[in-house]
Design a protein around this ligand. Structure first.
Ligand code: NAD
Length: 448
């Protein structure tokens, strides 16, 4: 018996955080009818009222446009979701488990259980969250056990590669789509769900469930490794007087290496890379192949050493001790164009400086609310001039344009001492030195 494939499947998106809200809005923008589902009442109310509860360029405008078409709605009601959707995208969080390196699947299980019991007809549940390999197979059983008899529900995996800060463009025009499927019906259903994206010529890789799960963690591991590779070279540079910026540039002209993600500095953070490489290593251990990815522990360690080294540079510039030193910490988000402070290197450095007795003032153009909630012990100010006012040392931690383009001469008038640590290789070293600043950066000798 050939199962019918719905031409234009109606979709639900379960979990409307950074990933889910973006996916729901973009799918509605592509012409589908979409229902966003979350257990967080405040998030649902905000989205339904046209407000994105986090910072993502372009998303709020698109949310308002799609709400106005009537194609996009939001609910907390799983029964409504089950009745509405042909395809259900699961986009809930998979954070690191407290006290362990492994991923916490509590939210995925809760979302699938809550949906499954209401499913009454053939439907496809599609995992988008980043999960350990083997999760999809286990979830298939869970789903089928929880769904009422006759619901004939199937599971597929469609890992997500969007980048915060570019989430809308990455969703509408992704580099590739990956469909982990176990039947021709699921494949056809997903092809229908992504037809407008596939029609643009987006490459599609169709595969089994474990490969689909693995693509995501393998990609993130590669990116994390590339960053830690150049940061490991920065450590070597620091011991030899070589300049990691020039090294990275010279390496980047080799097309086999390439320059993207080869940027030395304070390293990676956020809600994905750190927890994904840890969860991958933990899962590989469980599978008996821990040695194959043992290098990921080193990747993580190199990354964390950069944070400590940044604190060392600030201390050195301050004359050897941090007690009472006024530090302007520029940036809190884990990267520019985001308000996400999950595992943010910037806030980790600010916290370490604070713990050593420095008087730290943090400013970030978008992440102040999240930063205050994450580290209430730090002092926050609401502008760049307020942060640098009478500072003994300025430390750039997140490379927002506003900081990159700040005039070193004007900043110089505000600070107590013209001393700057560039944690992101984002400032014009020559311009700062010309304006009389003592400029330091990770992996660079004093005068390059
Ligand atoms: P997030 O914390 O911003 O969003 C998760 C959402 O799920 C929250 O709104 C939460 O209220 C909701 N939720 C929790 N339990 C629920 C339940 N039982 N039912 C319905 N909703 C529930 O997280 P995120 O950054 O959007 O990440 C989600 C997943 O996507 C993670 O697995 C992450 O690794 C992956 N991912 C994220 C990105 C990114 O850039 N943020 C990119 C690719 C993949």
């Amino acid at each position: 018996l050939v199962e019918p494939v719905v031409d234009r499947p109606r979709m639900t998106v379960i979990g409307t955080g950074y990933l889910g809200a973006t996916h729901a809005v973009c799918m509605a923008a592509l012409g589908f009818e979409v229902l966003g589902v979350d257990v967080d009442a405040r998030k649902i109310e905000a989205l339904a009222a046209g407000r994105v509860p986090f910072f993502e360029p372009g998303l709020e405008d698109l949310l308002r446009e799609t709400l106005a078409t009537g194609r996009l709605r939001f609910t907390q009601d799983f029964a409504q979701a089950a009745a509405f959707g042909d395809v259900h995208f699961v986009c809930v969080g998979t954070p690191q488990t407290k006290g362990s390196q492994a991923a916490d699947l509590t939210y995925v299980h809760a979302a699938v259980d809550a949906l499954a019991r209401h499913l009454t007809r053939k439907s496809l549940v599609v995992g988008k969250s980043t999960v350990p390999i083997g999760t999809a197979a286990a979830l298939t059983q869970r789903l089928q056990a929880a769904a009422p008899a006759g619901a004939a529900v199937e599971l597929a995996w469609n890992p997500e590669f969007l980048r915060e800060g570019y989430a809308v463009a990455d969703t509408l025009t992704p580099d590739r789509l990956v469909f982990g499927v176990t039947s021709a019906w699921a494949s056809a259903q997903l092809r229908a769900a992504f037809a407008p994206v596939l029609d643009k010529g987006t490459p599609l890789v169709e595969c089994d469930l474990p490969t689909a799960e693995l693509v995501k963690v393998a990609a993130n591991s590669f990116l994390a490794t590339k960053i830690s590779y150049i940061n490991a070279m920065a450590e070597v540079c620091e011991a030899t007087g070589a300049d990691v910026n020039l090294l990275a540039r010279a390496l980047s002209y080799d097309a086999r290496i390439g320059g993207r993600f080869l940027k030395p500095g304070l390293g990676f953070g956020g809600g994905c890379l750190p927890k994904d490489i840890r969860a991958f290593a933990a899962r590989a251990d469980e599978l008996g192949v821990g040695q194959a990815v043992a290098f990921l522990h080193e990747v993580d360690a190199i990354n964390n050493r950069r944070r400590r080294r940044t604190v060392d540079l600030v201390r050195e510039l301050a004359g050897g001790a941090l007690q009472g030193v006024r530090v302007a910490a520029l940036g809190a988000a884990f990267k520019p164009n985001s308000d996400d402070v999950r595992d943010a290197p910037a806030l980790d450095v600010a916290r370490m400086l604070h713990e050593e007795g420095a008087v730290v003032r943090v400013y970030d153009p978008q992440a102040m609310g999240n930063a205050r909630r994450a580290y209430p012990e730090l002092a926050y100010v609401d502008s760049l001039p307020a942060a640098v006012h009478l500072a003994d040392v300025v430390v750039l931690l997140t490379e927002w344009d506003q900081f990159r383009h700040a005039d070193p001469e004007m900043m110089g008038w505000l600070v107590a001492q013209r001393k700057v640590v560039d944690g992101r290789h984002a400032l014009d070293a020559d311009a700062y030195r010309a304006a009389g600043w003592d400029y330091r950066a990770l992996g660079r000798p004093l005068m390059s």
